[in-house]
Design a protein around this ligand. Structure first.
Ligand code: ACM
Ligand code: ZN
Length: 760
């Protein structure tokens, strides 16, 4: 659906580098290799081919390739010690290759040779080779010839999974690890303990899983939905140590290291529910049924806390052969420590001037313990507060600031900043997206991330070990939804982690993703199929005709649409370019993307209307808007009203600082001045729901209960003043409202300028 220049570059008439083009799509390799040449000729992959591997150290890789070929190509090939004259896929170790995880591929019509310095390198070469096989191929398959010398940009190519907010079975975890390895990720961060559930068997403390692994019920809907309601259903589960060993071995066979996370000192309510003496006040607690951050944390004053944690570590450490051990360290409320005599005594004894330093002392103590077991500590960036433990590595999640600070102090860093790396954020503003915690991190945003801050001094840049995406599962109750949140964002992430910035290009990535979408589908992954783009839920036209322009991020997808309210099918009208629709009253346009194998996106819906919106004349316009403030617990912007407890004016659409509040409502009214005639795209973002009226027309219906409601609307306007009303309600701690727009003909989203709001 996108146009690209056809670029065929011939180098000395021998090497053809195929670039994006209508008849020359790039090889669908993700992450993109760093040095790749496509050569003329073909290698024929058939059941006559043999995998040749004489090195015992590569037996696992040979077996893996054999199984993968049987899945991808539909036939079994033999593994041999000696190469046949033709039709060999040779796996070998090569000391001459520089990087630990580097590999090279050399190919001719007779053989494909995959070499690595290590078995990991050979494994990555195999992944590249497998991606050369078209998804639809069966039988005798012609593979392109390539010359590849490739190695990862970063050593830490991570993906995190929270199995505590919702529990996921061993099979789901293995499926993720398998998929990670196909995209050359090498680190799985397994978040095993939380307020809402303890998920790993500890033989010395059986109640951790007898009690701590189960919660009686779970909050329904978004946390912003007050009053909280609960589902009344028991939820939980845990992994036995035998299961953990099995998962670790499964990951190791795919060159994935598992970093376990045992959270401390916060996010510990499930452990305290099992053993109340772990807390400051021995309170009887439940495994927490709410989301958020519990204030019930481990007591830092009692020696028994440390005996417990060391015992736990003693059982967990031997299960995980990797170097790093994650101790959490994030979001530890200090209220209990402030009140606890033992915590206060500890602070005095250890010379801590505040509770942050007590937390720092806590983490340092654990770091020393881990060091005696040969492990390095890694923690969330809060471990910087109050002083960073001597050899600790930092995982920077509250932006990049913590990572930069840690690197400047000479510590190793993994970058996981929320804006780019939190896969619990929304993937678009379409109302079809499943309820998420908030935030928007779309595919392009993930792809754009560079984990090395440019202003970090060169000698510190090498302390950035890599990047990782985090997936918190408060709002993800099923494995289908889990996969929807992970894919295709993981594919974009893989290129952030593997590919040098000079070799990255989002448009080219999107083209390479086309085949990968089919690959994901074949692997039974419930990924997010790129939906049609270009429609807003409400589109208002001046006249009786609408011109519709659609696009889809999947280049070869077909967009099918209907105008009678029915769900588009593979037989509905095919979008072949911009088209016109006659409007006699409201018309419902629905559009769906279909991939080559019939896999389809959700259906995007737009109500097209004609309205007689006319600019108005103002006698004495003054800058700003009027507002009314209501003191009630609204659940929809439509209900905002009644008796205002405060009225006033604001300079633009903004919540006046002095009247902020949870469970409140606001109504704004005035005029916007529209600079030129044309079709305007507006976007309203708020916590929680809001609505934008222009004249009497509801242009944006942004109702919802979360931290980050965003919806758009389109409207044709003439230059001049238009009456506007915005209604908004809030049930959460932070309050915000923002109106953005795109000028006619522009794709740039800008904040609607403050100087264009008026009142009279
Ligand atoms: C985090 O997201 N609390 C690390
Ligand atoms: Zn205490």
């Amino acid at each position: 659906m996108r146009n690209f220049l056809i670029m065929l570059v011939f180098s000395l008439g021998v090497t053809t580098q195929l670039q994006a083009g209508s008849d020359a799509t790039p090889l669908s390799l993700v992450p993109k290799p760093n040095h790749l040449e496509q050569l003329p000729g073909e290698f024929h992959l058939s059941e006559k081919v043999q995998i040749v591997c004489s090195d015992e150290n590569l037996k696992q890789e040979a077996d893996y390739l054999q199984a993968a070929l049987s899945e991808a190509a539909g036939f079994n090939v033999a593994v041999a010690d000696v190469a046949p004259a033709t039709g060999a896929i040779i796996l070998k170790l090569d000391e001459g290759i520089a990087g630990e995880e580097a590999y090279s591929i050399r190919s001719s019509e007779d053989k494909y040779e995959i070499s690595g310095k290590s078995s990991a390198g050979v494994f990555y070469g195999i992944q590249t080779f497998l991606q050369l096989i078209p998804v639809s191929a069966k039988g005798n398959i012609a593979l392109p010839l390539v010359k590849i010398d490739d190695e990862p940009r970063f050593e830490w190519r991570g993906m995190h999974l929270d199995v505590c907010r919702h529990f996921y079975s061993v099979d789901v975890v293995k499926k993720l690890i398998n998929q990670m390895s196909r995209y050359k990720l090498n680190t799985f961060h397994w978040h095993l303990t939380e307020d809402q559930g303890w998920r790993i068997e500890i033989k010395k403390y059986p109640k951790l899983t007898e009690i701590g692994a189960w919660r009686d019920e779970t909050v329904v809907g978004h946390m912003a939905d007050y009053p909280h309601r609960f589902d009344g259903e028991k939820h939980g589960g845990f992994y036995t140590q035998e299961q953990v060993k099995d998962v670790v071995a499964y990951a190791a066979a795919r060159h994935v290291t598992i970093v376990p996370e045992i959270e401390m000192p916060g996010h510990a309510q499930a452990a305290l529910a099992a053993y109340p003496w772990l807390g400051c006040f021995d309170d009887t607690l439940k495994v927490w049924p709410l989301w958020g951050v519990s204030e019930n944390v481990y007591c830092a004053g009692k020696e028994s806390t440390f005996e417990f944690l060391q015992d736990v570590l003693d059982e967990v450490i031997p299960l995980f052969p990797g170097t790093y051990f994650h101790v959490g360290g994030d979001e530890c409320p200090k209220e209990n420590w402030e009140k606890c005599p033992l915590c206060q005594k500890r602070m005095k004894e250890e010379g801590c001037k505040d509770e942050h330093e007590l937390q720092s002392w806590f983490i340092q103590r654990m770091e020393h313990y881990l060091a005696t077991k040969g492990k390095k500590l890694i923690g969330w960036d809060e471990i910087l507060e109050g002083g960073l433990a001597e050899n600790a590595a930092v995982m920077s999640w509250r932006g990049e600031k913590g990572g930069i600070e840690a690197a400047e102090l000479g510590h190793k860093v993994v970058m996981t900043p929320g804006n780019w790396c939190y896969f619990d954020h929304y993937q678009s503003i379409d109302s079809n997206e499943p309820t998420a915690i908030g935030g928007l991190t779309d595919l392009a945003e993930v792809y754009s991330y560079d984990p090395v801050p440019a202003h970090l001094p060169k000698d510190k840049q090498k302390l950035i070990m890599g990047a990782q995406a985090n997936l918190w599962t408060e709002y993800i109750p099923t494995s289908e939804q889990l996969e929807y949140m992970i894919y295709p964002r993981l594919c974009a992430l893989s290129e952030v982690q593997w590919t040098e910035p000079a070799n990255k290009d989002f448009a080219d990535f999107e083209l390479r993703m086309d085949e990968n979408y089919l690959r994901l589908a074949r692997n039974d992954i419930h990924f997010r199929v790129p939906p049609p783009e270009g429609l807003s839920p409400v589109q208002i036209y001046e006249g009786k005709e609408a011109t519709i322009t659609l696009s889809c991020a999947a280049a070869t997808a077909e967009i099918r649409y209907t105008t009678d309210g029915s769900e588009p099918t593979e037989f509905s009208a095919l979008y072949a370019g911009p088209f016109k629709l006659k409007l006699d009253g409201d018309l419902t346009l629905k559009a769906t993307s279909f991939l080559g194998d019939g896999t389809k996106s959700y259906t995007v819906k737009s109500v097209l209307k004609t309205a007689n919106l006319k600019p108005v004349k103002l006698k004495n316009p003054e800058k700003g808007l009027n507002y009314k403030f209501y003191d009630a617990a609204f659940r929809s912007f439509r209900d905002v009203g009644g008796e205002a407890i405060k009225t006033g004016t604001v300079d633009w659409l903004v919540i006046p600082a002095e009247i902020m509040g949870k469970l409140k409502g606001w109504a704004f009214d005035g005029y916007i001045s529209v600079p030129t005639d044309g079709s305007y795209y507006f976007q309203l973002n708020s916590s929680c729901g809001s609505g934008l009226y222009i004249g009497d027309e509801l242009v944006i219906d942004n109702d919802g209960l979360n931290y980050d409601c965003t919806t758009s609307g389109r409207v044709e306007l003439k230059a001049g003043y238009y009456p506007v009303k915005v209604k908004y309600f809030n049930t959460v701690y932070g309050q915000s409202i923002k109106l953005s727009y795109k000028r006619p003909g522009s794709d740039k989203l800008e904040v609607f300028p403050g100087e264009k709001y008026f009142r009279e």
